[in-house]
Design a binder for this molecule. Structure first.
Ligand SMILES: [Zn+2]
Length: 208
């Protein structure tokens, strides 16, 4: 069973992109340097090097059945979130085997990693530590929308399991969340949360 890529696959890595080479040579040392230039990450090893503390969370695995000419075909679908303090990535993978579906989702999640804007926007707290969100954020995906509000220190993560798991790996500890719409669709919830976190990176506040 060697289908699963090693957690850190940069050993023996031969970069195929210019950014990959610069990262391997140590000339680029942060993800922000790459994203600021509007460049996309095309090799998961770049993330392995830049974010060595990434944690992986399988949010869900489901069996997808599809009718084809040859009959019914079933595949596994895995949704995976990866993150570390201040970063999140989300990926989806489909394959005939669970293990392969997860590996594919992990690769996609690495290629989607973005910084997460943290702060303390809670009027009850105002501690200026990055334990929560700087302000209320919202995201949509399909029929699902999600709202996340800054909370005071010690509150914990209030909301559904998916929200708690995703925020948990980003280092956000205190937050109120609400989900609206078809909240039984895991992929849409995860994607709405990701969109909210992504959009908050480009929002400006009075204090900026
Ligand atoms: Zn605070």
């Amino acid at each position: 069973m060697s289908e699963r890529p090693r957690q850190t696959s940069e050993a023996g890595w031969s970069p195929r992109t210019k950014i990959g080479k610069l990262v391997q040579e140590g000339k680029i040392t942060s993800l922000e340097e790459i994203l600021k230039q509007g460049k996309r990450i095309l090799e998961p090893e770049i993330i392995d090097v830049l974010l060595p503390k990434l944690q992986e969370r399988v949010l869900g695995i489901s069996l997808v059945q599809k009718q084809t000419d040859a009959g019914e075909r079933s595949r596994f679908k895995a949704v995976v979130a990866i993150g570390e303090e201040g970063y999140i990535g989300l990926g989806l993978g489909k394959a005939n085997q669970v293990r392969t579906a997860i590996s594919k989702a992990v690769v996609q999640a690495k290629l989607s990693v973005i910084p997460v804007r943290r702060g303390c926007g809670s009027w009850e707290c105002r501690c200026n530590l990055p334990h929560s969100l700087p302000f209320k954020i919202e995201g949509k995906c399909g029929s699902v929308s999600v709202e996340m509000h800054p909370g005071p220190r010690g509150l914990g993560l209030v909301g559904g399991e998916v929200v708690k798991t995703i925020l948990g790996v980003t280092g956000i500890r205190d937050c109120w969340t609400r989900t609206f719409g078809s909240t039984n669709t895991l992929t849409s919830i995860a994607c709405a949360i990701y969109n909210a976190l992504r959009d908050s990176n480009t929002m400006t506040t009075a204090t900026d």
